[in-house]
Every structure is written in C-alpha cells, then in structure tokens.
Design a protein around this ligand. Sequence first.
Ligand code: ADP
Length: 393
Amino acid sequence: MKSSQTTDHLPGKIQRVGAIGGGQLALMMGDSARNLGIELIVQTPSAADPAVAVAAGNVLAAIDDVGATAKLAELCDVITFENEFVNLEGLAKLAEKGVLFRPSLAALTPLLDKYVQRCYLQDLGLPTPKFWAWEASAPLPEGAMNFPLVIKTRRHGYDGQGTFIVKDAASFESIRAKLKGQPLLLEEFVPFDRELAAIAARSNAGEIAIYPIVETQQEDRVCRLVIAPADISLDVKAQAESIARKLLDSLKVVGIFGIELFLTADGEVLVNEIAPRTHNSGHFSIDACKTSQFEQHLRAVCQLPLGNCDLNCQGAVMVNLLGYESAESDYLMQRQKLAQLEGAFVHWYGKKESRPGRKLGHVTVVLGDKSGTNRRAQAESISRNIDAIWKAN
Ligand code: ADP
C-alpha cells in the first residue's frame, strides 16, 4: 500500500479492502464486496470466524496485532474496521508509513473510550445524558447520587456487556466491587420514550447520505428488534439527521457510522453512543433499501459515488436471532421455517457455537403496500412469530 491519509485517490483505484475484524459485519460486507468487484481481506483470529468463508483472503491474527495489520496492508489499498477493539497507538505507526485507514485514525481517536466520546459530543454541542468519569473506589460525584444510575466500562463494551443499570444501593455495592480498578463512565439514567438509530455515511468528498431513522428495541441491553422507518415526527427526524451530519462532518468521516439515540418523552433527541462502523440497526438495509449499509460503507471507503439510501418497500422489521442456549447447532429446521414467513429474508452468520445472547443471525421482514401504518404493532406480531419458530426445539 503506497497511499497516505492526505493523498486523494482516483475513483475506481481502490479495489482491495482490508477489514480488521472477521465477524458477521465483515461477512455481510464480503457479500457487498463481491457485487462491487472489490476484494475483501480480513484480519481475524480464527479460520472459523464468519467472514473468512466469503473473504478473498485473510490474515489470521488477533484484532489488535499490529504486525498482522502491517501484513494486511501489504495485501490491500485501504484498511477499514469491523469493530472498535483496535490498537490505535500501534496503527498510528502504520499510518505514519503511509497506510490508508478509512475512517481515519483521527476520526476514531475521540470515539473508542466512552468518556472521551461523551466529552467530544459535548464539545460539539450535541445533546447527551449527563455524565462523569469515575473509578469505583472513589465516592460518587455530586449530582450522580440518585438511582437508577448507569455505569459503563469506558472501553471494549459491546452488546450491553460493560453497561450496568443500577437500580438501588445494594446492587450498586456489588457492581462497584466487581468494577474496582477500571476506568468507568457514570451516566444519568434516561427514561427514554424510545431508542432510535441513525445510520449515516460520508464520502471523501464530504457528501453525506442518511438512511431512514429507525426505532430500536433492546432486551437485556442487546438489540432485539429494529423498525424501519421509525414512526417519529418531522422535527425528531430533523434532530436525528442534524446530529448525524454534524458528527460526520466534524470528524471528516469516510465510511459509515451507526449513531444510537434516545428520544425523550418531550421530543428531545440525545446521543447514546457512536459506533464508527456498520451497525446492527442498519441490517434492514440489505433487503429493504436501494443500497445496503455494507455496500454504502465500501462505496465510501473505495471512493465510489454513495448509493441511494431510500427504502425499496413500505418499511421493514429486523429481528435478531439471539442464542438462547449453549449448543453446537446450525438450526437448519428453524431457519427453513423462518424463510417461509411472508416477506422474510433470513441471514445466518455461520457461527459454530450458540451461547445465550450471542448474535447468530437475523431476519428482515419487508412490509408490503397492504401492511397498514401501525408498524410498531406489526413489529410486535412479527417478532412474536419469529421467536416462536426460533425457540421451538
Ligand atoms: P453497548 O455499547 O454495550 O451497546 P450501550 O451504552 O449502547 O452499550 O447500552 C446498551 C443499552 O443500555 C442501550 O441501548 C439502552 O437500552 C441502555 N442504556 C444505556 N445507557 C443508558 C442510559 N444512560 N439511560 C438509560 N438506558 C441506557
């Protein structure tokens, strides 16, 4: 790789993309890469990881193994990210030698630590819950004394791991004991009316494309259901889109970001968290939009024109297939039944082992013309049907 962060590339010249991470997000990016005639090469620890099966090549190594990323760079024109467990300091040495990262390391720097991310958003004037940096052996800061209270580990949290919603003094003491010694983020609990997400891409030229804002529903802090588009007012939509624009422009992002939002009862939109990559709440776009989030990310990274984010249907409901047992199974029977549901597209990540809460696949149900307007009620009924099939042994 001979490029540098500042060099402008000619369109069509970036054809080999390295992805740090080989999970389901890289797997789905691999499908889009093939359609675009792009080679995707993944750096991932195990040959059994989902994306290895579809990638044009792989470097089998830990995500934060910078030596392995140097090898990946030899095989690619640009490197992108599937998750945020990266070793920024190590990667900076590669960037100095001319390795091109998209999004850039500078765009990732304020985002990987949840406290630093909150400070960045606050400095940008974007609305967030009240927050404090904290360490569990210190007294609680003034203003953070009331329950419920939210405690988050500052790095390496995902799918609700590392996020604790503390309801009372007794559970506070046990969580505090567990987290001693780790840098933490304390947050006010937001009694949100709904959770929303904005999936937005920015090109190297500064063009921004935003997908329809979606509603997300979490169970035990893990995404269970996504409703596209969210049933929100024009004002709320405008707030969410304006947050996405401001953030992507200020970080000069090249690529796609998932922005998790809280909508309060009085119609205010607050930022919960930024994921500097494709995001679970954008999976509906594979079957329900003119351009999927995975293709869009590759388009941005490879300097192709951004695609159209519009829905190609009335709406969609995406339901995650979360593990509910520890087992080795491909759940073939369940998948075949799920595929028979009207409008259903089943996506299976090919993971060999199931564990409770593990994301094993998802189903998107596209809504047709006759589907009516109450998407939340439809989503409930669709997810009940899917759960009944998925969990039937
Ligand atoms: P992760 O990074 O592991 O996904 P998040 O910070 O996104 O963790 O939190 C997971 C879920 O926990 C959120 O989707 C939301 O349902 C809940 N949550 C997180 N922070 C708050 C908060 N400040 N107030 C209320 N609920 C919260």
